[in-house]
Ligand binder design. Structure first.
Ligand SMILES: [Zn+2]
Length: 314
């Protein structure tokens, strides 16, 4: 029996159910919820909980909250939103792209200890444990600071057994370099998920990643630059090639985010852009896949088999 840490305690991997592998309860910057909650609009916790509740009522069982400290993770807020909504939430340890100057002096081993502690003992003194590790690189190459975090995440994985999600820049194929660095650390690619992989339509590159053993986060919907339809065409091509159980479709959506002065107007725009919220996958993408002729048993396994296999290390 394999288990995963959620913010409300461990659950069996077979109980993960329909899982969105890259979402956010709240996105901002370090300390925003604690120190400047008014920048998030009225009652962010209640609004977040009601968004998660809608997802739960629409048949989503679990989300991975990909929010690191630098993106404004507040673990008690996340846990409360999970409790109020009934949605399982898996929290992340690691770092995104906002590297503080102080990291210039941080060692890989120091950060490894921090990430291991968040998985084994808990986050911010709460006893709430992370269930996944995260590192990030964007366009260009893996910078020296990103590399320190990436190696630390790799070492924390080897000590805890918790798998790794990578924010990656798929149009620049930066995943090749991220993977090579993790392999230098001794990480098996099958414990790694390359996120934002549907920001490219280059099926050849994506197939190469899958052949290394990786999982793919097809986790930007509706997304920008690449149209939702093009993203779904890419997913269909990978399904047709037999990779359905290595795919993790998701939205990279935030229930609440740091917003401008008129937060109600911003929320209205967000709703126009994606009226389905966390249910866009089920409502739009799965419908399109059905129209494209993908079999029902494959569609019903998407967001179930890939996530479960990934956490089980299959
Ligand atoms: Zn994200």
């Amino acid at each position: 029996m394999a288990t995963v840490n959620t913010v409300l305690g461990p659950i069996d991997t077979k109980d993960l159910g329909f899982t969105l592998m890259h979402e956010h309860v709240l996105v901002g910057f370090a300390g925003v919820y604690q120190d400047y909650p008014e920048l998030l609009g009225a009652d962010p916790l209640e609004r977040a909980a009601s968004e998660l509740k809608k997802a739960r009522e629409g048949g989503i069982d679990t989300i991975v909250d990909a929010t690191t400290t630098d993106l404004g993770r507040d673990i008690e807020m996340i846990a409360e939103a999970s409790r109020r909504s009934g949605l399982n939430v898996i929290a992340v340890a690691g770092w995104w792209l906002d590297f503080p100057r102080f990291f210039a002096g941080a060692s890989v081993d120091q950060l490894t200890e921090v990430f291991v502690r968040e998985v084994e003992e808990g986050i911010a003194g709460t006893g709430i444990k992370a269930g996944i590790l995260k590192a990030a690189s964007d366009y260009g190459e893996v910078t020296p600071q990103a590399q320190v975090v990436l190696r630390a995440v790799g070492r924390a994985h080897l000590r805890t057994g918790v798998p790794i999600m990578l924010h990656s820049y798929s149009p620049g194929q930066v995943g090749r370099q991220q993977l090579a660095i993790l392999q230098e650390e001794g990480v098996d690619p099958k414990r790694v998920k390359l996120d934002h992989s549907n920001d490219t339509t280059d099926v050849e590159y994506l197939t190469w990643l899958l052949e290394q053993g990786c999982y793919l986060g097809l986790d930007r919907y509706p997304g920008r630059v690449v149209s939702p339809r093009a993203r779904t065409n890419t997913m269909k091509a990978l399904i047709d090639a037999g990779w359905a159980d290595r795919l993790c479709p998701s939205h990279d959506r935030s229930a609440i985010s740091f917003i401008g002065p008129d937060w109600q107007q911003m929320e209205e725009e967000r709703r126009r852009y994606n009226p389905h919220g966390f249910l866009f996958m089920k409502e739009r993408v799965f419908t399109q896949l059905r129209e494209m002729g993908v079999a029902e048993d494959i569609i019903s396994g998407l967001c179930v088999n890939g996530p479960r296999n990934f956490f089980e290390g299959v």
